[in-house]
Design a protein around this ligand. Structure first.
Ligand code: GLN
Length: 306
């Protein structure tokens, strides 16, 4: 019997409220520090096409590292297996913006979901897309079925103005010969990808093909090949929540990807995609109430991949 998803979402929206105060809003750039602490939204999109939402599911927010899933999708589609020549597929066990591992491992990032890995993905996209910013917009607009998704230019400018660590990572990669393109051009694209503004409903729609063997249930189009869908989901499960990925697997039990904007998107293969937004973060940079919300969802619906 299918669980009553709407009832579970309604209950979650009440249950997570006490945890809003414990989260820390991302303040590494001024444009994110103003996010409303008690804002909460959640959307579930089933492969059948059914949608369930609660709270501010249609409010757009900064997707940040959730965009790394879209970029990986695009790169696998355009490049395929050679993408892995300059990029690993192992969890890092380190913060998303850490520099130390890159030094030990000769400039080859552990995976595409840490910042260094995403910079290499952008560098590869620059070989195959005339304009990787436009290509990203085309990808998410098509996947979400929404033509007005765009970049928050204030966030993109703030990322560029305060992006000291990312600049260091890009220069480090360049020093190891693992960036082919100009450092500033790679960073500009990366910052824009992070600054995509989307709602929980739009992100869930843009993820649902990952729950459906790569096929969009809305259009029937193949968004990713089955073997790439497997890779994206495996990487989300093993690397999607940085150094909290084991805790997330134990508590939530599904592949997911977080962003410091406060969003977490996840998929239950064969069944649904889900996205939650609450801007207060835990020490690893993952939404605190969002993680709790997903834990309640998979526990009460009794569906996870385990
Ligand atoms: N824009 C952020 C950064 O580059 C993205 C990190 C994240 O969402 N985890 O550091």
């Amino acid at each position: 019997m299918t669980a009553d998803y709407q009832k579970i979402l309604d209950h979650i929206a009440i249950d997570v409220r006490p945890s809003f105060a414990r989260g820390k809003i991302a303040d590494y750039i001024p444009a994110l520090a103003a996010a409303p602490r008690d804002c909460f939204g959640m959307a579930v999109i089933c492969v059948s096409g059914d949608e369930y939402v609660v709270g501010e599911a249609d409010r757009r927010f900064s997707v940040q590292s959730i965009s790394k899933v879209f970029a990986l999708n695009m790169a696998l589609r355009a490049i395929g297996a050679p993408l892995w020549d300059r990029l690993g597929r192992e969890p890092s066990g380190n913060p998303f913006n850490s520099l130390v591992q890159l030094e030990y491992e000769n400039g080859v990032p552990r995976n595409p979901f840490i910042n260094a890995g995403a910079l290499v993905v952008v560098d590869r996209l620059m070989d195959v897309c005339a304009d990787p910013k436009v290509a990203m917009l085309d990808f998410v607009r098509e996947a979400a079925g929404c033509d007005d998704i765009g970049f928050d230019q204030e966030v993109a400018a703030s990322e560029a103005a305060w992006g000291y660590r990312n600049r260091a990572l890009a220069n480090f990669l360049k020093g190891f010969g693992n960036l082919r393109h100009d450092v500033d051009e790679v960073l500009d694209i990366y910052f824009h990808h992070c600054a995509l503004a989307m709602s929980c409903r739009e992100i869930s729609r843009a993820f649902v093909h990952l729950a459906n063997g790569g096929i969009s249930p809305r259009t029937g189009a193949a968004v990713t090949k089955p073997e790439h869908t497997k890779q994206v989901n495996a990487l989300m499960l093993t690397c999607g929540l940085y150094d909290s990925v084991g805790d997330f697997a134990c508590r939530v039990g599904i592949p997911g990807k977080s962003g410091v904007g406060g969003g977490i998107a996840a998929v239950i293969p064969g069944i649904l995609s889900i996205c939650v937004y609450s801007p207060g973060l835990d020490e690893s940079g993952n939404s605190l109430a969002g993680t709790r919300a997903l834990e309640i969802f998979t526990t009460e619906s009794a569906i996870s991949i385990f």
